[in-house]
Design a protein around this ligand. Structure first.
Ligand SMILES: Cc1cc2nc3c(=O)[nH]c(=O)nc-3n(C[C@H](O)[C@H](O)[C@H](O)COP(=O)(O)OP(=O)(O)OC[C@H]3O[C@@H](n4cnc5c(N)ncnc54)[C@H](O)[C@@H]3O)c2cc1C
Ligand code: SF4
Length: 532
């Protein structure tokens, strides 16, 4: 049995930063993680050659390169349009394999939140400095600049996409084309992590140049002497007093099946946006609003591929860079919403000889002609990957599947996803816009979904948010504006399930900034004696 001031459950980006911030504030903190520790470059991230990666992708052996190959299987039930759910059970969670894209949400993105961008700005700055984020200062109105390490630049094909965007802007189109911002080191950094060597294997960085929970906040938390990490420890029950208004601790099951217990004055759930609501529903907690599991949203998308003949004879170069997407089409519908759909989208762009993106499928024949065309298509290709926000509606939610249980006897989550007219209209707009950009850049469209239908859409199963949302009204939200339960004053949430609305931007930087803010608030309450 263990006793801590605070128990944090889940060691991904949300839980990792909470554990660090709480331990640094002097609170005795326990960090419970269902999975084992994995070693960068040993258990994952093997620097395989690009053609090996492709082969491994085809035969399902991706685990050697990307920790994500080790993700859970058969751990949820899907209803509707092919939902999926990424769960990497390991110390660091999915930060081990994330791509590191780190974009601030802007002032407009916070309009439906109980907090403003100005309140969040200092936490974004702290998070960027702590993680090490490279980027270019673009001065955009709704994707504010951060505290950046020096940027990397774009590939040739990406510059030609930018040319297309500039031409369309000159005719009145409203959009921006900028460099990506990623949590990877391009300069020496206080964490002592290595600098990026541009090998492009970022879904499992073998030298820890990419920020993960396992390589920065957890070791720094452990060094305070206030943090205890319990790995291979799956929380299987939340313990409360008889009124269910106060958490007293949690039960967890070890890898050998033994059950143990943590007593704590406060509990932080950071299990991810599907697992946190699942745990609250299983335990029947914090749901007087009926909103646990509701308001589910994510990003979804499609790809459009272009080819720029003027790059055909370009020398074969190592285009791997710091992972695929080095540029971003953004600024769409920020000022004037579309009359055809709700929300916004962004498009992540990549180009060139990054062989994971081989345009090989469209090439016919074999031998010399195949090789020549492959060389030309690789030199001149550019790929545009849409990331649009799913409409929040009553058709998208998480509940429990009482007919299927995990190995601990707990019901699995059930994810309900149905694409709606607004989602399809957004994707159609993106496809047409990307095709226009490629042509305006003097390229050819070589692969496109054409007319969009629900069966062509792909969900981003790593970007779910919103299922335990924050708000000022306890009747319509689960948490207050700091991520503290309205119903249970010593229960907090530190993952992206707290988002009450979702822009087109990637979630994790905001998740980390919010969890840091929540943790400082929790530490303040503890200091004032409000948790005992
Ligand atoms: C390939 C890939 C690329 C990505 N790229 C980006 C990107 O570029 N930018 C971006 O913003 N996001 C990206 N993401 C998404 C990002 O990784 C997630 O948003 C983020 O990891 C979520 O953090 P989290 O702490 O909520 O959850 P997770 O990372 O899922 O961590 C949750 C942890 O909790 C543990 N856990 C769950 N239940 C229990 C329990 N009952 N007891 C104990 N432990 C438990 C899990 O094992 C896990 O370790 C990417 C993800 C993947 C897989
Ligand atoms: S490109 Fe940089 S961040 Fe990505 S895996 Fe290689 S060293 Fe790590």
């Amino acid at each position: 049995m263990y006793t801590f001031d605070v128990c944090v459950v889940g060691s991904g980006p949300g839980g990792g930063i909470a554990a660090y911030a709480l331990a640094k504030a002097g609170l005795k903190t326990g960090l419970l993680e269902a999975g084992p520790p994995l070693r960068a470059g040993i258990d994952y991230g093997k620097h395989a050659m690009p053609w090996e990666v492709h082969e491994q992708l085809l035969n399902g052996q991706w685990a050697r390169n990307s920790a994500f190959g080790l993700r859970e299987q058969n751990h949820f039930t899907g209803v509707g349009d092919r939902p999926d759910h990424g769960w990497l059970k390991a110390v660091g969670g999915r930060s081990l394999c994330w791509a590191g894209h780190s974009l601030r949400f802007g002032p407009k993105d916070y309009q439906e939140w109980p907090i403003s961008y100005d309140e969040m700005a200092p936490y974004y700055s702290k998070a960027e400095r702590f993680m090490g984020v490279y980027g270019h200062k673009d001065g955009l109105s709704n994707m504010p600049d951060g505290e950046f390490l020096k940027p990397i630049g774009m590939r040739c094909g990406e510059h030609l996409l930018k040319r297309g965007v500039e031409r369309m802007k000159a005719q009145g189109a409203k959009m921006e084309f900028v460099q990506q911002r990623k949590a990877m080191l391009t300069e020496d950094h206080a964490s002592g992590r290595a600098r990026c060597h541009f090998c492009g294997q970022c879904s499992g960085c073998c030298v820890d140049a990419k920020y993960t929970s396992a390589n920065t906040p957890i070791p720094m938390g452990l060094r305070t002497g206030n943090l205890t990490l319990l790995s291979d420890a799956m929380m299987t029950r939340i313990l409360t007093d008889s009124s269910k208004r106060r958490i007293s601790g949690v039960e967890f099951t070890k890898a050998n099946g033994e059950v143990d217990r943590v007593n704590c004055r406060a509990l932080v759930l950071a299990c991810n946006s599907i697992e946190t609501p699942r745990q609250l529903l299983i335990n029947g907690l914090a749901n007087s609003s009926g909103q646990v599991g509701r308001n589910l949203t994510s990003h979804f998308g499609l790809n459009v591929q272009g080819y720029f003949p003027e790059l055909r004879d370009r020398k074969a170069l190592d285009d791997e860079c710091a992972g695929a997407y080095q540029s971003l089409l953004t600024g769409l519908y920020w000022d004037k919403p579309s009359p055809k759909f709700q929300g916004t989208y962004q498009v992540q762009c990549t180009a060139g000889w990054a062989l994971m993106d081989l345009p090989v499928r469209g090439i016919k024949g074999y031998g010399k002609s195949f090789k020549r065309e492959l060389r030309e298509k690789c030199a001149g290709n550019a790929r545009m990957n849409m990331q649009g926000t799913l409409l929040i509606s009553s058709k998208k939610f998480v509940d429990l599947d009482q007919s299927r249980k995990d190995k601990y006897g707990l019901p699995l989550s059930r994810i309900h996803l149905f694409y709606e007219d607004s989602d399809i209209a957004m994707a159609q707009d993106m496809v047409e816009r990307c095709e226009d950009i490629i042509r305006a850049g003097r390229g050819e469209v070589i692969a496109s979904p054409g007319k969009v239908t629900a069966d062509k859409l792909m969900i981003d199963y790593n970007h779910w948010v919103g299922t335990v949302r924050m708000g000022n009204d306890p009747k319509t939200s689960v948490l207050d504006r700091f991520g503290r339960s309205h119903d249970i004053p010593n229960l907090f949430v530190g993952d992206a399930s707290v988002f009450p609305a979702y822009p087109e931007k990637n979630p994790t930087l905001s998740n980390i900034a919010l969890s840091w803010r929540m943790s400082e608030h929790l530490a303040e309450l503890a200091k004032k004696g409000e948790l005992s």
